[in-house]
Design a protein around this ligand. Sequence first.
Ligand code: SF4
Length: 91
Amino acid sequence: MEIRDWVINELFPGWKNILFRRPVIEQMALERLSICKDCEFRTGRTCDKKKGVYDAKGNFRHGCGCFVDVKARSPLSACPFGKWGIRGDLR
Ligand code: SF4
């Protein structure tokens, strides 16, 4: 995904939903953050780029580097490890 698309589709909606809270988004964030809370790839409030796993081909797959509070409130964002997914119904 290009950075412009990421900003428009994920970063901006995430921050908008931080500033202007809506119950349906907060419910989604609560569910996602309950998974992030116990995740081995999280450090503080960040999905840590330094933490990850090597795949079968030897490539290092790592956290995305996002603030989880923002990412969890972006309906079109997804966990890089597939622990939670896109909510296109809430965009
Ligand atoms: S987004 Fe996924 S990998 Fe990142 S902290 Fe949350 S559950 Fe973990």
